[in-house]
Design a protein around this ligand. Structure first.
Ligand code: CA
Length: 170
């Protein structure tokens, strides 16, 4: 599967970087981390036609959805007027930022952004309601509802299952 393949490659390179760091001077450590983030940015762009880098560690997809890849394991913050999915608990790791909705529920897919089965925490700083699904189930299984202004530091038993969602304008 494409998503697993991407994750595998990232893991391999992260391991290789860590190995190199053991023999590198301390002054080069920051450069190594930044280079690793840039490598991940380049990978995402290579695999998503129309995606472009819009800031350090930031990819904007053709449809305006924004992926943020942090240099360190610090907590992210979702912008007001946006709703975000995080790779790790406590709003850490990669962050995917959305804004769109539809009155009858707009379907969007995390798998389109290399983010299937990854979400561990979320923030919804919009007036919209987001219903998140596990598309691997038949029929798709609802996992959680993101109420307007809501957030979760840890989706618990639904960890790494989300891959699609429907956003109802509020
Ligand atoms: Ca995760």
């Amino acid at each position: 599967m494409r998503t697993s393949h991407v994750t595998g490659k990232v893991a391999v390179v992260a391991g290789a970087t860590a190995g190199v760091a053991l023999f590198a001077a301390p002054a080069q450590a920051t450069t190594g981390v930044r280079a690793d983030v840039q490598w991940k940015v380049d990978q995402v762009i290579a695999e998503h036609p129309g995606a472009r880098q819009t800031a350090p560690g930031t990819v904007t997809f053709a449809d305006g959805v924004v992926l943020t890849i942090p240099t360190a394991s610090t907590a992210g913050v979702c912008a007001t007027g946006a709703y975000c999915f995080y790779q790790d608990t406590n709003y850490r790791g990669r962050k995917l930022t959305f804004r769109d909705c539809a009155n009858n529920g707009l379907w969007q897919y995390l798998t389109d952004y290399g983010f299937g089965n990854k979400t561990s925490s979320w923030q919804n700083f919009t007036k919209h309601t987001v219903v998140v699904y596990d598309q691997n189930a038949t029929p798709p299984a609802p996992l959680w509802n993101e109420t307007p202004g809501g957030e979760s530091v840890n989706v618990g038993g639904e960890d790494n299952k989300a891959d699609g969602f429907q956003t109802y304008c509020g």
